[in-house]
Design a protein around this ligand. Structure first.
Ligand SMILES: C[S@@+](CC[C@H](N)C(=O)[O-])C[C@H]1O[C@@H](n2cnc3c(N)ncnc32)[C@H](O)[C@@H]1O
Length: 267
């Protein structure tokens, strides 16, 4: 899965796609506004920076900005897009599974946006979360998004593809057929019974293998090293505050904002 996705992210077409993106997603805008009084004192790490969509908005607000990506073509594109300036901003090729060049507790805010963490296997994902908790400052923030298995469960059912608009129904059914065709080994039963699944979804024409997780399982994964987890709808940017709302949510991905815990060593 690691090599498969890395090769896809290194291709010219995909690098170009991420360099064209400009807008923040609604939940990212919410967080930019929520922490508006803190940015000027923060050192930020932007993991999986891609073509620099988030650099545009965050790097001018923070005290220090570091953007990393495991695809050297993405980093070259960022270096070209953001020429050296008076702002403290650097880009480096780094694999998030091993961030040994960053000391413990170096960053106040760590971002892994647009489901970048989902290109990793379950074991790699846990390792990345460990690394992030190591380099985050206690009390600082980790903000990331991840695909929602509840949203996928909805997409896996053909009945949910029918709409009043015949053209929309037709397009939905074509996408449904492709989704099921690319994931023949995954049954609806398996999706219903699992906490997470690896799926080839429609992003970049079914080229990527992506990790989908139930929000409850994601909360469980974060429990040991992070606190105060808040969940935001990708689409509306609003916080999901009740258990009922969370269980019924079928956004294709969700944003999670959490704080770095104090470790035993810090106390
Ligand atoms: C979906 S793209 C998002 C790009 C950008 N953050 C944005 O929001 O437009 C995910 C990015 O994460 C990077 N990525 C995935 N796994 C990574 C890893 N283990 N270490 C560093 N970067 C990674 C990919 O190369 C890709 O650029």
């Amino acid at each position: 899965m690691f090599e498969h996705n890395l090769q896809a992210y290194r291709t010219t077409g995909i690098v170009h796609h991420y360099c064209q993106l400009l807008q923040l997603q609604p939940a990212e805008r919410t967080i930019l506004e929520l922490l508006r009084h803190e940015w000027s004192s923060m050192k930020m790490l932007d993991i999986g920076v891609g073509g620099g969509r988030t650099t545009l908005h965050f790097s001018r607000s923070v005290r220090e900005y570091v953007g990393i990506d495991y695809a050297k073509e993405m980093i070259a594109a960022c270096q070209k897009r953001f020429l050296p300036s008076s702002q403290s901003r650097v880009f480096e090729v780094v694999d998030a599974r091993d961030m040994r060049q960053f000391a413990n507790h170096s960053f106040d805010f760590i971002l892994f946006s647009f489901n970048g963490i989902d290109s990793l296997s379950h074991e790699d994902r846990l390792q990345v979360l460990q690394e992030i908790s190591r380099i985050g400052k206690p009390g600082g923030y980790f903000f990331f998004s991840s695909h929602n298995l509840q949203g996928l469960e909805r997409e896996f059912n053909w009945q949910n593809q029918i709409s009043f608009n015949p053209l929309k129904t037709y397009v939905n059914l074509v996408m449904f057929t492709l989704l099921r065709g690319f994931n023949r080994s995954v049954s609806m039963q398996q999706i219903k019974q699992s906490d997470h699944q690896i799926i080839q979804d429609e992003s970049h024409n079914f080229r990527l293998k992506q990790y989908y997780i139930r929000p409850q399982a994601q909360l469980h994964q974060l429990e040991a090293d992070f606190s105060n987890v808040q969940i935001y709808s990708w689409k509306s940017g609003l916080e999901i505050t009740t258990q009922t709302e969370l269980s019924a949510n079928t956004d294709m991905w969700l944003y999670y904002l959490c704080r770095f815990k104090e470790t035993a060593l810090d106390q």
